[in-house]
Design a protein around this ligand. Sequence first.
Ligand code: PEP
Length: 268
Amino acid sequence: MRENDPKVERQKFICGNWKMHGTLEQTRTLLQGILSQWNSEYSDVEVAVFPPFTALMEASRLLQGSAIQLGAQNAYYEDDGAFTGEVSLRMIAELGAGFVILGHSERRTLFCETDELINKKIERSIATGLMPILCVGESLEERERGATDAVVTKQLEHSLAGLTIRHFSRITIAYEPVWAIGTGKTATPAQAQESHAAIRDRIGTLFGRETARDLRILYGGSLKPENAHELLSLPDVDGGLIGGASLKADSFMAIVQAAAQITSQQQA
Ligand code: PEP
């Protein structure tokens, strides 16, 4: 379960969370930029982009036949019904999304999403054939009063309630300290590694050591080309969930390149 464990083979996973950015025109420009910089040396890295709902269909069309995968930033757990303004997991799957981000801190704080709601979405997303990326992380106030571990543990226990080991091959966790998202402040390598290792340990306690060993845990929070190599090299950091730096093809692909370099160094 640690860096010296010879069985650890988690493919790096780089995700671009576009948030509420991406008209159709911007989607075409960004994806054409990403696709034009794609290089076969990146094929050992898994890469996915998460445009807004309205751009999913166009993104799906543009990414067809490419190595870049598609996901959505959220969805509702019911398939259909009287839920004005919501979009269902089934609908995003129909548009070609294979992944869905759930429990992002902006959903939790701005749209009052609870662990219980996120739990239903995770369960339904797996039943719908999607692969959820569950976001967890503490606020600055929680970190400063030493509550990081307790906050993240509660988010994990409640968001993953009722799930079993067999669900875990489809789940990714993103550790995103809220104070680092969109602020330019990044967790230090020591802070990131400590939190990722604690999450892996907690998953080990809840779902077994093998599940924990195979689980990918992404770091999110002002990840950019300048700090990508250092953060993505950490033993328990298996990739990144990237907001701001995913909106420019150059910076997003520089992060993909850093992940590819680390992978080839590890394989050598
Ligand atoms: C995010 O949106 O999940 C994120 C980490 O944003 P940023 O990279 O801009 O901090």
